[in-house]
Ligand binder design. Structure first.
Ligand code: 13P
Length: 333
């Protein structure tokens, strides 16, 4: 597991999150005029996974249950197409966030029932790492401590079960960027949540060396009138992480969280330029890797090659951001 964790944050590489649930991918498809069916979802994921040379910049891909059972056009399993590219397959194992009883406006991520059995099956299918996402909402008097504690507990139980099955857990406590809060407020809540998370991980005897943290970057809210530069985001994010994340964790793989693709790359690059962090500073982007490819594809088989080029460009730019060597000129291709 430690070898896998380190391979996922190997220099110049990062993770592609392609584990959108059926409902989420439906929304993304609709935005480009494509229809979501098992076949279009399969075709789209095949396009992503078979992009020539993807393995140069992508160390792992997170799959959704349906994808882990599908086959490419040539009969290879989609998991097999990743393995062929030297990419480690992973799987999302939570079953989503639901309204938390007694706590209006807050969510609790579910999925522990039957998880031990599901993990054994995913390992059999070829998965080597797992993901569980907790969703924390900012608002007036939100989040509450009980919501943070309950979500941290879920993450810790998931992580312990994953390690029991020999799978590296990606622990994802996402503090959303929705709202008009300033950066300092996002920093304070992220810090609070990470304290709950690492307390719970320690209580549940999770081996820090064999996990990765998938955190949000610290950002001003999407509707906040004040924006923040990449170096402000980098400094605030790393300060928050230094205060809360033990150095035994091999890597942080940031989610993009709805930032534009280029902003996410710039912010990751700025963090790596600062240097001196005790962990690898990597990525596990969904939208920030896929958006241009999804637009280029738009559901049409004739657009596959162009969509793959778009994915490769984002992967390459983020690969460079891993060493702080990304430049705007790279966007020209
Ligand atoms: P985004 O990078 O689009 O936030 O997705 C990452 C992810 O896996 C969310 O769970």
């Amino acid at each position: 597991m430690e070898t896998t964790a380190r391979a996922l944050v190997a220099p110049g590489k990062g993770i592609l999150a392609a584990d959108e649930s059926t409902g989420t991918i439906e929304k993304r498809f609709k935005s480009v005029g494509a229809t979501g069916t098992p076949e279009t979802r399969r075709a789209y994921r095949e396009l992503l996974f078979t992009a020539p040379g993807l393995g140069e910049f992508i160390s792992g891909v997170i799959l959704f249950d349906e994808t882990a059972r599908q086959k490419a056009g040539d009969g290879t399993t989609l998991i097999g197409t990743l393995q062929r590219q030297g990419i480690i397959p992973g799987i999302k194992v939570d079953v989503g966030a639901q309204a938390m009883a007694g706590f209006p406006g807050e969510k609790l991520t579910l999925g522990l029932d039957g998880l031990r059995e599901r993990l054994a099956e995913y390992r059999e299918l070829g998965a080597r790492f797992t993901k569980w996402r907790a969703v924390i909402t900012l608002g007036t008097d939100l989040p509450t401590d009980p919501c943070l504690r309950a979500n941290a507990h879920g993450l810790a139980c998931f992580a312990a079960l994953s390690q029991e099955a020999g799978l590296v857990p990606l622990v994802e406590p996402e503090v959303l960027m929705d709202g008009d809060h300033p950066l300092a407020c996002h920093a304070a809540v992220t810090q609070r949540m990470l304290r709950f998370v690492f307390d719970a991980l320690a209580e549940h005897r999770v081996r820090l060396e064999a996990m990765l943290l998938k955190p949000n970057m610290v950002l001003p809210g999407q509707d906040c009138p004040q924006t923040a530069s990449a170096s402000e985001v980098a400094e605030a994010t790393l300060q928050c992480m230094r205060r809360t994340v033990p150095a035994a964790v091999p890597g942080l793989v940031f989610l993009s969280g709805g930032q534009s693709d280029v902003r996410a790359t710039e912010n990751l690059n700025a963090m790596n330029r600062l240097g001196g962090a005790p962990w690898e500073l990597g990525f596990s982007f969904g939208r920030a890797l896929q958006d241009p490819a999804l637009k280029a594809w738009s559901g049409l088989p004739g657009n596959v090659a162009r969509a793959q080029q778009e994915l490769l460009l984002r992967a390459k730019c983020n690969g460079a951001a891993r060493s702080g060597t990304y430049t705007a000129a790279m966007e020209e291709g």
